[in-house]
Design a protein around this ligand. Sequence first.
Ligand SMILES: [Zn+2]
Length: 272
Amino acid sequence: MSEKLTLMAVHAHPDDEVLGTGGIFARYAEEGVRTVLVTCTNGEQGDAPGGVKPGEPGHDEAAVSALRLEELRASVAHLGIEHVELLGYRDSGMDGWDGNKAEDAFANVPVERAAARLAELMKHYRPQVVVTYDENGGYGHPDHIQAHRIAMAATEACKIPAKLYYTAVPREGIAELFELLRAAGVPSEELELPDDFGVPREQITAMIDVAPYVERKRKALEAHASQGDSIFMLRMPPEAQQQVLGTEAFIRVINHVPGAADQEDDLFDGLR
Ligand SMILES: [Zn+2]
C-alpha cells in the first residue's frame, strides 16, 4: 500500500469521540495510522457547568460551546488523535428540544451541502477506513442521524473509503455491564434501557480489543467533565469501566477490500 493508512471518524458533538471510538483512535495512532476526527457541531446544547440544561437560567450557548471545544482539545490529546476537523454547525439538541427549530441547527442543514464539505475532507485525507453512526444515529439524536447522512452521502460522492463501519453497542455487553453494576449496588431502577437498545452480537462484524487504552479513554471522558454522561461513566466501579470501555464494536457496511475477513479484530484487516 503506497498511501498512508488513515482512519476517519465522523461524530456529531464534542465528547462523542470517546466512548465508541476513543480506543481505536488511541490504538491506531500508536500503530502509526493517521487519525482524523470530524466533529460536526460545537455542542451548544450540552450542559453548562453544574448540569445546567439549555433554556435554564445560566445556560449561555456561546460559553458552553467554547468550553466544550476546549474539553475536546484535551480529550483529543489524551487519545492521540492527530487531526481534528470542526465543521462548526450549531448543535440541534435532543429530539423535541427548542434547539431543533433553529434554521442553522446541524439537523436542518441540507445534507448535500454538509456532505460536500465532508467529501472535501475525505479527498484531502483519503481515509481507507471511515466510522460513523447507523441510520438511527445510534440512539436517535437528530445530529447523530444527520452525521450518518452526511457521512454516507460524502462516501457515495467521493468513493474514497475502502471500508465504512457503524459504531455499535453489543446488547449482550449491556446485560453483562448491568450485572456488574447491580452487583456493585446500583439500584435496578437506574439500570433500565429499552429492550431494543444495542445490537445483537450476530450483527456485529468487528470487535476491537482496546483494553490497553481504557485509562486514556477515562482521561478523555474526564476532560469532558461538563457533560453529565461522562461523569456517570466515571462513577462506575473499575471492573465495569474495563468491561464497557475495553472493547469497541462495529458493523461493516461498505467493503471494497477482497481480503478482509467477515469477522474482524482489526479495522485495517486486508489493507496492510
Ligand atoms: Zn452526541
